[in-house]
Ligand binder design. Structure first.
Ligand code: NAD
Ligand code: AKB
Length: 313
């Protein structure tokens, strides 16, 4: 269901998702066909062609697309929830203008397919917080969430008005061992593993009982590749699909880590990210993803914790 010769551009390849996505796409398309772009060179991806790019520079982006004859773009460059709240106007600019620059290239038929991730941050304090369905009240309270919700609407609009083949997932918090997270509210669920191994203790910036949806990075990358390789007619939602992941609290993940590191201790000192977490769902339903493109998740909490500890040790 794909053309192995397609040239792909990943913008924001040096980030938490970008490194792992580039590695997996390189297995499918070959490293030479997966061009990686970011503000700075990416040490972790030595075999992929690299382009230094600020996605806000539309001319530079267009030049890279022409130079490499790019067919598909995965747009990952963004400010996330925590850094977005600290720099709201820039978060809005980067998250929206970057998306327009890419969607316009697809509208003008320079590229054929776009992937752009959304987030559970599209939901807000008035959303039902348990088993949040695909279609529900959405009043995000962070700049990041507002930009993701607006981005979803624009993706759907470009599909409807200009037949742009854009696909998107609402990722939960992503947990992987290959790279560090970049300024989100769910970052604690990655830091906790590094600290558990190194210092046997962790001070968490969310409270013990803050439940959030999370997902192993391997599942998230597989979901991304699966939705991008599904037949276009199966993609019924051109805003963004819910992905459920696994829901757990800091207390629950700490208990699971203690099964492997019995002396591990966790303490709590909440900061501004608590308010963000409290505005997000505790658990999500992803029936549409299951129905439309056959999505199924692999990692539960216990296998996720074991996998992280084995790979980070
Ligand atoms: P990240 O912060 O780790 O990586 C983003 C990358 O984009 C960085 O390497 C950064 O240098 C690059 N970048 C920033 N500004 C740029 C610009 N102007 N031009 C080019 N590159 C630029 O983020 P991530 O966790 O990999 O997230 C990628 C995408 O996935 C974002 O859209 C994010 O909102 C979304 N997402 C991530 C998560 C998660 O848990 N990681 C969850 C939901 C959604
Ligand atoms: C964040 O916490 O900002 C991200 C996200 C869930 O979008 N990890």
């Amino acid at each position: 269901m794909y053309n192995k010769e397609d040239k792909i551009l990943i913008i924001g390849s040096g980030g938490q998702i970008g490194i792992e996505l580039a590695q997996e796409l390189s297995l499918l398309y070959s490293s030479e066909n997966v061009v990686v772009a970011d503000l700075k060179p990416i040490i972790a991806l030595p075999n992929n062609p690299f382009e230094q790019l600020d996605v806000l520079n539309k001319d530079a982006l267009f030049a890279i697309v022409k130079k490499h004859n790019i067919k598909q773009i995965y747009l990952l460059a963004a400010l996330l929830s925590a850094t977005g709240e600290q720099n709201p106007m820039f978060a809005w600019k980067l998250n929206m203008e970057g998306l327009f620059n890419v969607l316009d290239l697809a509208k003008e038929k320079h590229i054929t397919k776009v992937y752009w991730p959304s987030s559970i941050a599209v939901f807000g304090p008035t959303t039902p917080r348990i088993n949040t369905p695909q279609f529900t009240v959405m009043e995000p309270s962070t700049v990041y969430g507002i930009s993701k919700q607006a981005g979803e609407r624009w993706c759907e609009w470009y599909f409807r008005k200009h037949n742009v083949d854009v696909r998107s997932l609402r990722y939960p918090g992503l947990i992987g061992w290959k790279s560090a997270p970049g300024g989100g509210t769910t970052d604690y669920a990655v830091h906790i593993f590094h600290e558990a191994i190194k210092n046997k203790k962790y001070e968490c910036f969310l409270s013990a009982n803050t439940a959030l949806p999370m997902m192993h990075m391997e599942d998230a990358i597989r979901a991304t590749i699966e939705i991008m390789h599904s037949p276009a007619e199966n993609i019924k939602i051109r805003g963004s699909y819910n992905l459920a992941g696994i829901s757990f609290t800091p207390d629950q993940i700490a208990s699971e880590i203690r099964k492997h590191i019995p002396e591990f201790g966790i303490s709590y000192k909440r900061d501004f990210r608590q308010e963000i977490a409290d505005s997000w769902p505790q658990s999500i339903l992803d029936d549409e993803a299951k129905k439309d493109w056959n999505w199924s998740m692999k990692y539960d909490l216990s296998s996720l914790v074991e996998n992280m500890l084995v790979n980070l040790a």
